[in-house]
Design a protein around this ligand. Structure first.
Ligand SMILES: [Zn+2]
Length: 81
């Protein structure tokens, strides 16, 4: 399961070990052996690591690029209207 969160400044990325400063966003995800699962180990990703891993991507919303941690097909469809 994926949860997008905003760091309060005391969160460390489990991948690159850097402290994620407030108000940067980060991703909390359940993984097992490096693969996303419904329930497993909780791993925190900073935005850079999430992008590298393919968990996050930049998406154009209302004319500007926004980072999203989710696959939201219905939202992108709405944008096309
Ligand atoms: Zn990282």
């Amino acid at each position: 399961m994926r949860r997008g969160c905003i760091s309060l400044g005391e969160i460390m990325c489990d991948v690159c070990q850097r402290i994620i400063p407030y108000p940067e966003r980060y991703l909390v995800i359940d993984e097992k052996n490096g693969v996303e699962v419904e329930k497993g180990e909780t791993v925190r990703y900073c935005t850079e690591c999430a992008i590298k891993k393919g968990y996050a991507h930049n998406k154009e919303m209302k004319g500007r690029m926004v980072l999203t941690f989710f696959t939201e097909p219905d939202i992108s469809q709405e944008q096309g209207v």
